[in-house]
Design a binder for this molecule. Structure first.
Ligand SMILES: *Cc1c(COP(=O)(O)O)cnc(C)c1O
Length: 378
């Protein structure tokens, strides 16, 4: 394989996307500079309309980042001391951080060994063994690496126990179940537009999707200091968590190419899957689901991960590990309750997962090269 191709092989290549969009982003930013409506300007409303049309959610509220999107939902639900919220342990810190920060108790639940998403049996176990001093309030499911969680099963359990459900879709915008898009899969969904996520801005950004109009009205107030009809009426204790107009303008441009990007991510994953299925654990996508491939993550055969990382690195293939430690074993979170003493699927996953380069601008030759190198190293 030619050396010049390797030099461009990036884990996520934001510059390739930028070259494709050309001067559209500077023009969009220039427009904002011209009208000067930097906070909740027309681009923010336009983006919310686009997101609504794409996801078919009932309502969407943009906000400052994905963590705040989760936090605003907990704030709207008045989650606080004595409340228990069930979260998978194999996820980014935000999922549990927002619960702990609201002074409620995150309860760690194991994940399924194949999809890496919330394991229903472990969730049941967590509910059955919950400390009687805590009141179960809700479940935050995570669409890890871009695969939607099993929302129909999760919602069924939530209904039995009178719990709410939040989808943490920070990695899965564009994913689907039965052709219904992320954003309309759970009663409430939080997503992130952090630069490395499937739909991303050039800074921080996030959004909340909901089927509940009155909840949406409350969150729209909470993200803007709990304001009422007038900007200096305060009817709730809220946050400053608005999406910048400049970031909304950037997202509007990037949204135009998003459907093509999602298609290309899936083509690349399809190629990886076929080429690698005999040598590693490939990502599983249930038949009725659409994967957003925010990340392409394999399971390495026993004990071979570090060797593989080094061999790939030596041959110009960047990789990353999401995540090396489940949250229940992190110093800041180890004191919180868990479904069982060991969350063994998550612990095993942390010891073997490896994410390969995944972005829509990988060439066929690059994808082929990555596969060759993985096979050679194993
Ligand atoms: C990125 C991420 C978040 C947080 O999003 P930010 O916009 O960075 O705050 C939350 N949950 C998961 C699973 C993520 O990957």
């Amino acid at each position: 394989m030619l050396k010049e191709k390797l030099e461009k092989l990036e884990f996520i290549d934001l510059q390739a996307q930028r070259r494709l969009i050309g001067d559209k982003i500077p023009q969009a930013i220039e427009k904002v500079l011209h009208h000067g409506s930097y906070i909740l300007g027309p681009e923010v409303l336009a983006l919310e309309q686009e997101l609504l049309a794409y996801t078919q959610a009932e309502d969407v509220i943009t906000c400052a980042n994905g963590t705040d999107a989760l936090k605003l939902l907990l704030l709207a639900r008045q989650v606080g001391p004595g409340d228990a919220v069930f979260v998978p342990t194999f996820t980014f810190a935000s999922t549990a951080e927002v619960v702990a920060e609201s002074k409620a108790t995150p309860i760690f639940v194991d994940v399924c060994p194949h999809t890496f998403n919330l394991d229903i049996n472990s969730l049941q176990q967590a509910l059955e063994t919950l400390d009687k001093k805590l009141t179960p309030k809700g479940i935050i499911a995570v669409d890890l690496f871009g695969l939607p969680a099993d929302y129909p099963s999760i919602q069924a359990i939530a209904d039995q126990h009178d719990l709410w459900v939040i989808g943490d879709a920070a990695q899965s915008f564009g994913g689907s179940i039965n052709n219904q898009k992320v954003g309309s899969l759970a009663a409430t969904t939080a997503t992130s537009f952090f630069p490395s996520k499937p739909l991303a801005c050039y800074g921080d950004g996030g959004a909340i999707f909901t089927k509940d109009k009155s909840l949406a009205t409350l969150i729209r107030s909470l993200r803007n200091h709990g304001c009422g009809e007038h900007r200096y009426d305060h009817i709730h204790i809220g946050l400053n968590s608005r999406l910048d107009t400049v970031q909304a303008a950037i997202l509007l441009e990037k949204f135009k190419i998003f459907p093509n990007e999602l298609k290309r991510r899936n083509e690349i994953a399809h190629y990886y899957n076929n080429a690698l299925k005999e040598v590693v654990q490939i990502p599983i996508t249930p038949k009725n689901m659409g994967h957003a491939y925010g990340l392409y993550t394999i399971g390495c055969p026993g004990g071979k991960r570090d060797e593989l990382i080094q061999a790939l690195q030596a041959n110009g293939v960047p990789t990353n590990v999401y995540y090396r430690k489940p949250l229940h074993l992190q110093p800041a979170y180890s004191q919180f309750p868990r479904a069982s003493s060991k969350l063994k699927n998550a612990e095993l996953a942390c010891s073997k997962v490896l994410s390969l380069p995944m972005h829509p601008y990988l060439s066929d030759a690059q994808v082929e090269y990555v596969c060759e190198q993985v096979k050679k190293a194993l």
